[in-house]
Design a protein around this ligand. Sequence first.
Ligand code: CP
Ligand code: NVA
Length: 300
Amino acid sequence: MSTRHFLTLLDLSATELEQIIQRAIELKAMHKAGEIFEPLKNRVLGMVFEKSSTRTRVSFETAMAHFGGQAIFLSPRDTQLGRGEAIEDSARVLSSMLDVIMIRTFEHEKIEQFAQHSTVPVINALTDLYHPCQLLADVQTYVEKRGSIQGKTVAWIGDGNNMCHSYINAARQFDFRLKIACPEGYDPQPAVLNNASDRVEIFRSPQQAAQQADLIVTDVWTSMGQEEEQARREAAFNGFIVTTEMMDLANDDALFMHCLPAHRGEEVSADVIDGPRSAVWDEAENRLHAQKALLEFLLT
Ligand code: CP
Ligand code: NVA
């Protein structure tokens, strides 16, 4: 069988994604019960980070440690990747030694090119275009707290960025309705929206998007790599803060999620992120369990 990669949520079938979510819930219970489970003994994950990370790095490294394997952190600052070695060459060499490779980078094309030349599974740990691993944790968290997300309504408030793009793919794969509120000029990319028009609607009013939502999600206004646009973005996103008043427009049992890191007082008020409807801490922890399920799926 040819090597399976996880570059976007569309690389797996809806059934496979559902299996991963259920397995993540099981692996979490096993871990909480203190069960030792080492299906990846002697297997090694390479972790290429061209952008900063707290959650992604720690969850992948811990996942490999729990599974009896190892992880190697590779920074462009001290590998030849940062000195311009061809992506194809790096992919051939790294995949000849490693069992699985995760990459966090800028251009999505770079990870596609890497995967084309890799003989082992490649996992997208965030690109400018997508952040699929985060969606596994988000869906797991919703399922744990409220049951199936199928047929539910999710409101995305903010930038049409990598997280928003992965929510669009998730709406297709997990079959939920997605209401996106973003200021003009910050829409998700048309190519990503294209095959999702039956599930996804764009609003200019965050309040309108929040109505009847079962889950409200936001993210930073300025993503990694966009730092020089910060002042312009702060002005454009004025009013796109998720507040208690906005949460009150949603359904009574609506949850709040944010992939983190968050900026209290910008995209979300402190009382929402630190309040009773916030699921952000479980969402962050579930990165570990969801990625364990993903690694197990790709490697065993
Ligand atoms: N949510 C997320 O990917 O966090 P990190 O940038 O800390 O990895
Ligand atoms: N949109 C954010 C997500 C961080 C996890 C970024 O790309 O910086």
